[in-house]
Design a protein around this ligand. Structure first.
Ligand code: ZN
Length: 283
């Protein structure tokens, strides 16, 4: 089956299932002509039903339809054999009536048993299109076809959807007035505040503005022990840059010290600067 057609059939069966209560295994009422076509064309009927209806199927035949096949004698024995493998649907017609009429009566005005009808009879198909939600299957040459939904089916579906949108008075009564008047607590969506990761850290910024980013300079100087160029102008520039972009301190201990006792640090700073100076001159 072509991809496009398979998709259309899947969609159609979804409509029958969701709007009209069709359930798997789908009950497929097969008429005598369909049995004959299947044996003539050597179609695997049950397998084909499964493919077209896209699910489990249960083929059935009415007493009148199988009687039609019996009447055709030995010539149609293979069709009879096929029909005998299907579940027999009791139609309670004491005298066998023509298959089309039997199927029409079994389907009734609303197809309340939710049958899929597999028939080769043109007049029957035309008649069934007047009843909402009757999936119709027939064989065209060698290809099994599921008819698109009939106009009545679509109208019924739309009417049902329309009705669902406008609840009737008894419906509202069932729901109860309390639920209607109750205030709806809407859960707030979206961000509750700015992204915490994007907020400037105020505390650390203050610390840095106090000691003018010298803590950082100390940390780098100590850890790296690199002979930085000790020229006064460059050094100041470096400090200014750090002041403008305060970075979280690498060593939180140094921050604590800075807050509590700024004086001793300054002394140490100087000592360290001297160290750096010495290192610089060495190289
Ligand atoms: Zn019957």
């Amino acid at each position: 089956m072509r991809q496009k057609r398979a998709k259309a059939y899947r969609k159609l069966m979804a409509l029958y299932s969701m709007k009209f209560g069709f359930r798997q295994p789908y009950q497929v009422l097969v008429d005598s002509e369909m049995c004959k076509s299947a044996t003539d064309l050597k179609l695997e009927l049950v397998k084909q039903f499964g493919t077209v209806l896209q699910g489990e199927t249960k083929p059935m035949i009415t007493q009148c339809c199988i009687h039609e096949l019996y009447l055709q004698g030995k010539l149609r024995q293979s069709a009879v054999d096929l029909a005998k493998t299907f579940e027999r649907r009791k139609c309670n017609h004491r005298e066998a009536i023509p298959g089309d009429e039997c199927i029409t009566s079994v389907v009734g005005p609303t197809n309340k048993h939710r049958y899929v009808i597999a028939t080769q009879s043109q007049p029957l198909r035309a008649k069934l299109r007047g009843i909402p939600a009757v999936p119709i299957v027939h064989v065209n040459r060698t290809v099994m076809v599921l008819e698109p939904p009939s106009d009545v089916t679509i109208e019924t579906k739309e009417a049902m959807e329309e009705k669902a949108l406008h609840p009737t008075a008894p419906d509202l009564k069932l729901v109860g007035p309390s639920t209607m008047t109750e205030p709806v607590h809407k859960k707030k969506k979206g961000p509750k505040g700015p992204n915490p990761l994007s907020i400037k850290k105020k505390k650390t910024a203050e610390v840095f503005s106090k000691d003018n980013g010298k803590g950082k300079a100390k940390a780098t100087g100590l850890s790296k022990q690199t002979p930085e160029p000790a020229k006064a102008g460059q050094k100041r520039k470096h400090d200014q840059v750090e002041h403008m972009h305060p970075v979280p301190a690498q060593d939180p201990k140094s921050n604590l010290v800075t807050d509590d006792q700024p004086r001793p640090l300054k002394k140490r700073r100087r000592r360290k600067l001297a160290q750096v100076d010495a290192a610089g001159s060495d190289s």
